[in-house]
Design a protein around this ligand. Sequence first.
Ligand code: HEC
Length: 144
Amino acid sequence: MYRGPALQPLEVAPRVMPSGTMPVKGGLPPMTREAMTVHLKSPLQPTPANLKHGEFLFMTDCAPCHGDNGRGKGPVAHLLRTPPADLAMGLSKALPDGYIYGTIRNGGIAMPPYYDIMSSHERWQVVLFVRHLQQQATQKTASK
Ligand code: HEC
């Protein structure tokens, strides 16, 4: 019978994680929305490309509830027991970027979480587009 060499646990040093990376499984628990609100800053600039993809994602994933203009009156809003928040005016304008990002990732009270359906990059693009909707809504009211 062939006897292979006996391997002792940790005889070979575990692979060192490259800095700036995170384990996909195990490791740290996912961040709470509160933690994301406080700790995360957008790495993106509102370039035309970022805004364009943010708009595409918003129109596909958010507008059914929040409306094309973000005012909370999307085509399925009337079916929901809790009305979607107005993202373009009022309180939402004061929400930190990390809070909007965290709401997309983890969901709200009545809002569904998107988990990793969107990449981190895409979530920030949506945040940029929400800021854009807020600017548009503010300009509209100002010019009335
Ligand atoms: C199924 C309907 C639905 C969809 C789709 C949806 N939302 Fe919501 N959203 C809600 C509802 C309802 C609330 C208010 C209650 C709550 O906080 O859960 C809300 C709340 C929020 C809030 C929190 C506002 C506050 O003042 O706390 C943010 C930010 C938000 N949504 C952003 C988004 C973005 C961005 C998307 C797309 C990626 C999205 N939502 C998709 C229903 C939806």
